[in-house]
Design a binder for this molecule. Sequence first.
Ligand SMILES: NC(=O)c1ccc[n+]([C@@H]2O[C@H](COP(=O)([O-])OP(=O)(O)OC[C@H]3O[C@@H](n4cnc5c(N)ncnc54)[C@H](O)[C@@H]3O)[C@@H](O)[C@H]2O)c1
Length: 260
Amino acid sequence: MKISGKVALITGGAGGLGKAFAAALLRAKAKAVCLVDISSRGKEVAEDLRLQYPPSQVDFYHCDVMNYDLFKGAFDFVQKRFGAIDIVCNNAGMAASDHNVSGSIRTLRLNLEAVYFGTKLGMDYMDKESGRGGVIINVASMAAFLPLMGSMCYNASKAGVVALTKSAGVPEQYEMTGVRVNALCPSFTETPLLDTSSGLREMIAQLPNHPIMSPEYVAEGFQQLVENEELCGAVMRVTPQKGIEIVPNRRKDRNSSSKL
Ligand SMILES: NC(=O)c1ccc[n+]([C@@H]2O[C@H](COP(=O)([O-])OP(=O)(O)OC[C@H]3O[C@@H](n4cnc5c(N)ncnc54)[C@H](O)[C@@H]3O)[C@@H](O)[C@H]2O)c1
């Protein structure tokens, strides 16, 4: 998809990766980006972006994406304010350690259930019947493949996002709806998230060969997933070791797995 002239809704837009994704879209001449976040820090992030890009192109919508009705309100807002939605990035997320039971349950709800809400709403608002087609990027993590020790629910939520994305991104469905769905799986990235789960930063420091990436580097992968029309149900891994890699959702692989 050509980003120029398109409208994007990014959840977790007040955070490290969300802000970098918004900046990447604005640099590529998106018509507008709306940051959707539960934190009022989103206002400051939007103000900061407005200093660098045309102010009318950036907005903030305060919302808890774990609440379907409130999340739908964000879609209605963006549609009304900017006339359409073309790009949805389900990026809001959190990490909690296994010791924190309520935090772990919240992690499952935010990282997986809310991504389901955002994927469903993205399909409803952008499909060929109600919209003009579009792209949904679900932010998972390398933890979907290489589990983080002591973070069962984080790992499970991210593996769930990969599976959800592959099902929503079946290319035959894209042909009907005009909506592509892809997953982005970064490895450790320098954002506030690394300091929210107790002991996470210390654990990373002890891992050999695990440099922490910049959000801007991950945003390069994000932009490719948005722009590359060939990618549907694809999983992108972004790591300092191997760079940006894409695992396509190939028809022949799906046929063989359906025979299992
Ligand atoms: N930082 C990393 O190392 C890393 C690696 C892989 C994947 N990720 C994923 O990237 C995504 C973005 O995380 P980040 O690293 O930028 O962290 P972050 O903590 O900077 O950003 C997360 C954002 O989500 C928002 N949020 C939390 N609960 C919300 C809710 N209920 N409704 C709306 N917004 C809510 C927060 O306010 C915050 O702005 C997450 O899904 C995370 O799991 C991060």
